[in-house]
Each structure stands twice: as C-alpha cells, then as structure tokens.
Design a protein around this ligand. Structure first.
Ligand code: 9D3
Length: 228
C-alpha cells in the first residue's frame, strides 16, 4: 500500500513514521509512505500557500493551486488513488472506515490548517472528508497520523499475532477486560482469584463478564450498536 501525506509541516511526521509498527511495515515493503511539503508546490518566490477568504472573516485559507499541483504530482502515477481531506467537517472515523481505507492501493491525505482549504479542491479532488472526533485540534496532521497508524495495523502481516487484532475492543464490539501480571499482590491489591485458578473456561467467562460490565458503564453506545 502507498500513502502520500500533503502538509505544511512534514517534520511533524518524522518521529512517528520511523518507530514501531509503521517503521516495521515500511521496512518490510508493506507500506510506502511519503510526506510532501505543500510549500514545494507554491509558484511564487515567497512560497505562499494561503490567502485571505473571499467574503471576509478571520484567518487564512489554503490556496487551490499548490494543493492541486501536489495532488496531481502523486495521482498521475497511480490509477486507483483515493484522496482524503482531514477536517472537522468530515464523517467521524471508526474502525469500519479504517478497514475500508486499508483496502485501498493508494491514499493521498490532505492536512489542513488555519480555516481550511479552498472548497474547489474538495469539489475537484477529494473522495472522502474525515474527522477523528468532536473536539478541536489545530490542524489535520495529528489526525493523519492517527489514520496512518490505524490503517497500517489493518494491513496483512503487520501485527505479529493475528489473534491480537481480532480480540481487540471495537473488533469484538466490547472494551477490553482488565489484565494483571506479577506480583500476585501489589500495594494491598490482589489479582482476582479466578485468574490464578488455571480453569480456562472460568477465566474466559470472567473476562467476558468484565468486558460486558465495563462496556455497559463506559460505552453503552457500543452495546446498542452490536445488540449484545
Ligand atoms: C469547526 C471549527 N472551525 C470553526 C471556524 C474552526 C477550526 C477548528 C479546527 C478549523 C480548523 C481546525 C483544525 N482541525 C483539523 O484540521 C482537523 C480536525 C479537528 O480539529 N478535530 C477532529 N478531527 C479533525 S481532522 C482535521
């Protein structure tokens, strides 16, 4: 899979792209990841990428020409590319959308800043507008990192043990059960007896119950979605 990220802050991505699972996927050749500096596609000698909004108002808007040039520079070499604009106006990301994105051959991710990007870029090039949740961030870079991390974990052969992705919360529709390791007693708190019993049926039952109870308290919306 190939992912191109268009941003005015390519350096923000350096740390996360070279560690852990994303690093491993790049090394294995499962993932080809590029960051494009939007300023490299600006036409003037000041490398301007933003301008004042028509109609007035606070803040600045990304000009269309550099964005169009950046998108075209990557899109032409790939027949089936999918362009995503990270924005507060998008559909909210979830694991289903994450898996659908992981099925694409080539993603182009556009990170906005300021008041957003010229609407004509959305009309002409954007296939999907995505938000990562209902809170205000300062730009699309961290959401793009969230997307890349979530997508890469969906790619075949990236997460070591296949069971560890399947058992996860949001795949089972439940939050995780609590986990413990040694010592069996820590600062006056003991590990639940059943986990020391060696009775694997009882342990599985206890874990299911804990997961269901935790989900009911913290995320009742997940139970409704799955009718559990
Ligand atoms: C909807 C708020 N806008 C009202 C004028 C201001 C605004 C807030 C935050 C404009 C841009 C941003 C920057 N945020 C993103 O680019 C962004 C984002 C987010 O803020 N929250 C959740 N997901 C995302 S994806 C991109």
């Amino acid at each position: 899979m190939k992912i191109d990220v268009i941003t005015i802050f390519p350096e923000m991505f350096e740390s996360i792209f070279d560690f852990g699972i994303i690093h491993k996927a790049r090394q294995a050749g499962t993932l080809e990841l590029n960051c494009l500096d939007l300023r490299n596609f600006a036409a003037d000698r000041h490398r301007m990428v933003d301008d004042r909004p028509f109609g007035g108002g606070a803040g600045m808007v990304f000009k269309p020409e550099p964005l169009a040039a950046a998108i075209r520079s990557r899109r032409d070499e790939s027949a089936s590319s999918w362009t995503v604009y990270l924005s507060p106006q998008g559909h909210v990301l979830n694991q289903t959308r994450m898996r659908a994105l992981a099925d694409k051959d080539h993603l182009i991710l556009i990170c906005g800043r300021y008041e957003g990007i010229d609407q004509r870029i959305i009309d002409l090039f954007v296939d999907e507008e995505l938000s990562i949740g209902d809170y205000i961030l300062s730009g699309g870079e961290i959401p793009a990192m969230v997307l890349v991390d979530g997508i890469v974990r969906c790619l075949p052969g990236v997460v070591g043990h296949p069971a560890s992705t399947r058992d996860e919360s949001f795949e089972t529709g439940l939050l995780d059960y609590p986990v413990y390791t040694r010592p069996a007693e820590f600062e006056g708190l003991s590990v639940p007896e059943v986990l020391l019993s060696g009775d694997h049926r009882e342990i599985a039952r206890w874990r299911r119950l804990q997961a269901r109870e935790k989900t009911r308290r913290v995320r009742p919306d997940l139970l409704d979605q799955n009718e559990q």
